[in-house]
Design a protein around this ligand. Structure first.
Ligand code: NAP
Length: 487
């Protein structure tokens, strides 16, 4: 799991990052040194400075090489400066090393007043970190209509769901909620729900509940103490975990881990907070707690507990306080806060406790890219997406004429998901982006590529098409949804 140096220490890659990153990382490294954790580190670059040197990815080969070797990273936030590179260096790192689980714990902090103080919030958001809308597959389909693909795989769902249950066990937690929008996105978000419900019985010691994500947000604000672990898709998790950080005092206190089977990256949830950069006032707690998570990942449980105890003690004592808690006009410096934690190593808080952790068992799934093999599959039609300024009725009539001699008939046309042809009687605003659904006339037949290409050619003779989606059945089950209003 980690690289051991000649002196028997665990080697990690440290990326100080941008903005307040170097100050926070410096604080965490000083504490790691002071606790005597058996670590060595290699400092490597990524982010703004790298983009500015002209490297499009923001992650240089030396950094990738170091991570490949050490497999464990402690990093500060990275910026994508405006005008440089297209992709975030953070997302690049997470995806390059397939860190599929983003773990974001929050707990009530002593002496950090919030509207929830005293309610004992202590929960973890487990966010799928690679798939979903964050795959970043986007197209302008017409000059005025953009598309982002939301890709969710069964394999990805199984990995994150198993991870969440294993995390609950490793941390002695008793409950896992799965938060999805499966009521609307039955296939993509629904996949996570189905996989969760299939796998939950393998963990009879953990209570499993599904919750619709909007209600989850509502419940998190109303009664956050009911949650222990929330597993969810990438975008849901991004939003919910910022919400949960706010419940316990803000981003200054929210650590995270990006865990994969090969590599793990530990970082604060927050970004580079540029307005505080170089001022020695930033709250380094989120990065320090990320380092604590890293120590546990490296099975250095004692060092992790010593640092967490010292940090909680320092907050409880309340002598040294950061600007986000008491205001920047009367706060201590980042250096003073770090010094106080170092001075308190070995002390324990009296009003709160540090959880017992066991090593987590990472789910091992077969690497085969074909994860689901149906016995029977059939293409029964095709959705062709066209760009046109025509209104639905003339468009429908034109398409019916164009497909007249083909094996397909026009089943319906929708505009942004709502059926507009044949007319429904509803008043639907339309844009120049139509999905035209063609089904085989022979309901028992199988559409061939030649037939589909012929249909496309017919449509292309009069209309501009930009996207095609085969309508498939797997093991007899329909693999596509109906439009709003479609029979
Ligand atoms: P941000 O850097 O997280 O800062 C937003 C606000 O959160 C700050 O202005 C501050 O609030 C508070 N905050 C953040 N970290 C704090 C800390 N350690 N202690 C106390 N308060 C803290 O978000 P942003 O301004 O949206 O993003 C800035 C840059 O960071 C962007 O380039 C973004 O892309 C990047 N970013 C990187 C990562 C990453 O590397 N993982 C994550 C997020 C964003 P107040 O103003 O209320 O004091």
């Amino acid at each position: 799991m980690s690289y051991i140096t000649e002196t028997g220490k665990k080697l990690i890659t440290v990326i100080p990052g941008d903005g307040v990153g170097p100050e926070c990382i410096n604080s965490a490294l000083r504490i790691l040194e002071a606790v005597g954790a058996p670590l060595e580190w290699e400092i490597r670059e990524a982010g703004a400075s790298v983009f500015k040197k002209g490297l499009e990815s923001g992650v240089p080969p030396e950094t990738i090489e170091s991570i490949r070797k050490t497999r464990v990273v402690l990093k500060g936030p990275l910026e994508t400066p405006v005008g440089y590179g297209e992709k975030s260096a953070n997302v690049t790192l997470r995806k390059l090393f397939e860190t599929y689980a983003n773990v974001r714990p929050v707990r009530e902090m002593p002496n950090v007043p919030t509207p929830y103080s005293g309610r004992g919030i202590d929960l973890v958001v487990v966010r799928e970190n690679v798939e979903d809308l964050y795959a970043g597959i986007e197209h302008m389909q017409t000059p005025g209509v953009a598309q982002t693909l939301k890709l969710i795989s069964r394999k990805g769902c199984e990995k994150i769901v198993r991870f969440a249950f294993e995390l609950a066990r490793a941390e002695g937690r008793k409950k896992v909620h799965c938060a999805t929008k499966s009521n609307i996105m039955k296939f993509s978000e629904g996949m996570l729900k189905r996989v969760f419900e299939e796998i939950a019985p393998e963990y009879p010691d953990i209570e499993a509940n599904h919750i619709i994500v909007d209600n989850c947000a509502h419940q998190l604000v109303k009664r956050p103490e009911q949650f222990e672990v929330i597993v969810t898709t990438n975008m849901n998790g991004d939003i919910l975990s910022d919400l949960t950080s706010a419940l316990i005092g803000g981003l200054g206190f929210a650590p995270s881990a990006n865990i994969g089977n090969e590599v793990a990256i530990f970082e604060a949830v927050h970004g580079s907070a540029p307005k505080y950069a170089g001022k020695n006032v930033i709250n380094p707690t989120a990065v320090i707690l990320s380092a604590v998570m890293m120590l546990r990942y490296l099975a250095e449980f004692e060092a992790a507990a010593t640092i967490e105890n010292a940090l909680l003690y320092t907050l409880e004592e309340g002598k040294v306080r950061t600007g986000d808690v008491v205001g920047y006009d009367r706060c201590n410096t980042t250096t003073e806060y770090t010094d106080a934690i170092i001075a308190n190593l070995g002390k324990k808080p009296s009003t709160t406790f540090v959880r017992e952790y066991r090593p987590i068992r990472l789910p091992q799934l077969p690497p085969d890219p074909v994860y689901v093999r149906p016995n029977i599959r059939r293409v029964i039609g095709v959705d062709v997406f066209v760009e046109t300024e025509l209104m639905p009725e003339p468009l429908g009539q034109l398409l019916e004429t164009l497909a007249a001699e083909s094996p397909f008939y026009l089943k319906m046309i929708s505009n942004r998901g709502t059926k507009v042809y044949p007319p429904t009687g509803a008043i639907t605003d339309v844009v120049d982006h139509y999905r035209c659904r063609f089904l085989l006339r022979d309901s028992q037949g199988e559409a061939t590529d030649t037939q589909i290409l012929d249909l496309l050619q017919r449509i292309g003779s009069r209309l501009r098409w930009m996207h095609l989606e085969k309508l498939q059945e797997f093991n007899g089950a329909i693999g596509f949804t109906k439009a709003q209003g479609e029979d």
